[in-house]
Structures are given as structure tokens and as C-alpha cells.
Design a protein around this ligand. Structure first.
Ligand SMILES: C[S@@+](CC[C@H](N)C(=O)[O-])C[C@H]1O[C@@H](n2cnc3c(N)ncnc32)[C@H](O)[C@@H]1O
Length: 292
């Protein structure tokens, strides 16, 4: 059996742990390549995602982590996820972490929280360590299981919809990382959006996406795929004009300079759009789940 042991490089002062014993993933890596067809497909999809993100990393970072996208994340994504919870002193896994700016925003809200990054892309993990100053581990979340649940919370921002090749495994992995009662916070594209058909066409034709290994998600179907491992505590639909033109400026090829002019009025429209109730009006959702 393939066993990959991941060692933490530095013990965290708030959360002393024993890396050899506590931070161990099983079933990682190439084993699935020799396994059942569905495991092989998931491994191929994960490899596609890794290669895809290695390829688009620079362009992604320029548009998704600029000042205006970070303001979007802070107000429209993270504020509703953090509302009413206290992560001070808590240990939080940033899953599919990218460059780590969500961890930084989390730390600006909860300065004594500790974060650890996980991503399939080595470039993203290296960037995470540089940007956040915390460890990041190169892990395929489709094909790993943590032996000892350690984390008080996990954050996954735009990550799960890259794991549709085997979403149940990804959710099992995440569940294995959380202690009972731990919180999973997510932001994902909403498959029930009225313009989903247009998004599907776009995913197929735009090299910023890998349509074979990513897809928008229906929240209720996603929750059912956990087989009762989580219960939903909070669900909000969001995502209007600023979602496309500010956060996803790379997709619409909006120059970064134009964002400086457009972002403030778009944020006003986004707040108004946020008042619409039907889920088909919204491109995305945020959800907070509790591990059972
Ligand atoms: C859209 S980016 C989101 C990055 C970051 N969370 C953010 O908010 O900008 C998706 C991330 O998921 C990662 N990813 C895709 N498939 C993965 C897998 N199977 N396991 C771990 N990470 C994965 C990619 O490498 C990429 O960094």
C-alpha cells in the first residue's frame, strides 16, 4: 500500500503537534493510476488540474489576487462565511489554497488563527508559503485521507468544483481533516444559475478552464454526496455583475486598469444584486457545514 507521510516543518506555538503521528495522509499519489477505472479517471482529472493550474498560475494570480478582487473576496465571500463564528486561536486548513490570500484575509479578521495550505499545484504551495509564511502541502484532495483529524475549520474557495471527477472522495478527505464539530466553509459556482448553459459553453472554449475536470455545483446534491458526514448550517447565494467583472476579470479579459475605474460602482450593484432571493439569479453560493 502506498503511504505518503507529510511532515510539518515547524510546530505551531498555538497548536503543538507531532507531525509523524498527527499529520499523515494515506492512499496518496500514483496508486490510483493502477486501480479501478473510476480511480484512474479521478487520478487523470487531478493530474489535468495540476498541469492546468501550473500553466495558468501567473495570469490567475494577477487577476484574482489584485486589490479589487481581494476587496470582493473580503466583502462578498468571506464576510458571510465568517459571520457569527470565532476562529481566534483556531487551526484552519486552507484547501485548494492557491497563493494563500484567503488565509491572509482570514488572519486579518482572526489574528490568532493558524492556517495550513493544501493544494495539488507545487507552484501554488510555494507561493502560499511565501505569501502567508505558513506551511503548504502538495496533496491531491481526491486521493488522500488524513489519519488524525486535527483542524477546527477548513476553507475552500473555488476549489471543490475542480474536484468533480470524484467529489465524494474529496468530501471524505475534507471530513477526515476536521475534528467532530469542525466547520467547513466554501464558495463555489452555482449549477442552478439561469445562465449556467452559457457558462458551460464558456468552460468548453476558454483555455482559462479545463472543462473536462471542472463543473459548477448544485449545493443540495453536494451535501447529499457527503452521506451525512456534514450538516449545513448556513447557505447564501451570491454573484452578480462584480463577480464577473471584478473577481473573474481574467475570464472576461478585462484589463486590470479598467478594474480600478469600474470596481466601486460594480460593488454597489453587487450589494443590490445580493438582495435577490431566487437561487437562479446567482452565479455562486457560500455555505458553512458542520462535520458530524
Ligand atoms: C480556482 S483555484 C482557487 C485557488 C484559491 N482557493 C483562490 O481562492 O484563489 C483552484 C485551486 O484548486 C487546486 N486544485 C485542483 N484540483 C485539486 C486537487 N485534486 N487537490 C488539491 N487541490 C486541487 C488548483 O491547483 C488551484 O490552486
Amino acid at each position: 500500500m502506498c503511504i505518503e507521510l507529510v511532515l510539518l516543518r515547524a510546530a505551531d506555538r498555538l497548536h503543538p503537534w507531532h507531525p509523524e503521528r498527527d499529520f499523515e495522509f494515506t492512499n496518496c499519489g500514483d496508486q490510483a493510476m493502477n486501480g479501478f477505472p473510476e480511480e484512474r479517471n479521478a487520478a487523470i482529472a487531478a493530474a489535468r488540474q495540476r498541469d492546468h493550474f501550473e500553466r495558468v498560475h501567473q495570469k490567475y494570480a494577477a487577476h484574482y489576487y489584485d486589490k479589487w478582487s481581494l476587496l470582493y473576496r473580503s466583502e462578498f465571500i468571506l464576510a458571510p462565511l465568517f459571520e457569527g463564528i470565532d476562529l481566534e486561536g483556531r487551526l484552519v486548513a486552507d484547501l485548494a489554497c492557491g497563493n494563500g490570500h484567503n488565509s491572509l484575509l482570514l488572519r486579518s479578521r482572526f489574528p490568532t488563527a493558524s492556517t495550513v495550505g493544501f493544494d495539488i499545484s507545487p507552484t501554488a504551495c510555494a507561493a502560499y508559503e511565501q505569501v502567508v509564511g505558513r506551511p503548504a502541502y502538495c496533496v491531491d484532495l481526491l486521493d488522500s485521507e488524513m489519519r488524525h483529524s486535527k483542524f477546527d475549520a477548513a476553507l475552500v474557495i473555488g476549489g471543490l468544483h475542480h474536484m468533480v471527477a470524484d467529489i465524494s472522495s474529496a468530501l471524505r478527505t475534507i471530513h477526515s481533516m476536521l475534528r467532530p464539530g469542525g466547520i467547513l466553509m466554501m464558495f463555489e459556482p452555482n449549477a442552478r444559475f439561469v445562465l449556467q448553459w452559457a457558462r458551460d459553453i464558456w468552460y468548453q472554449s476558454d483555455p482559462m478552464f479545463d472543462a473536462q475536470s471542472e463543473a459548477a455545483l448544485d449545493h443540495d446534491t453536494l451535501l447529499r454526496a457527503t452521506d451525512g458526514r456534514f450538516r449545513c448550517e448556513r447557505l447564501r447565494y451570491l454573484g452578480g455583475p462584480a463577480f464577473y467583472l471584478v473577481l473573474n476579470s481574467a475570464v472576461l479579459r478585462l484589463p486590470l486598469r479598467a478594474k480600478a475605474l469600474l470596481s466601486r460602482p460594480l460593488f454597489v450593484l453587487e450589494r443590490l444584486h445580493g438582495r435577490l432571493r431566487p437561487r437562479w439569479c446567482h452565479s455562486s453560493f457560500v455555505a458553512r457545514w458542520i462535520a458530524q
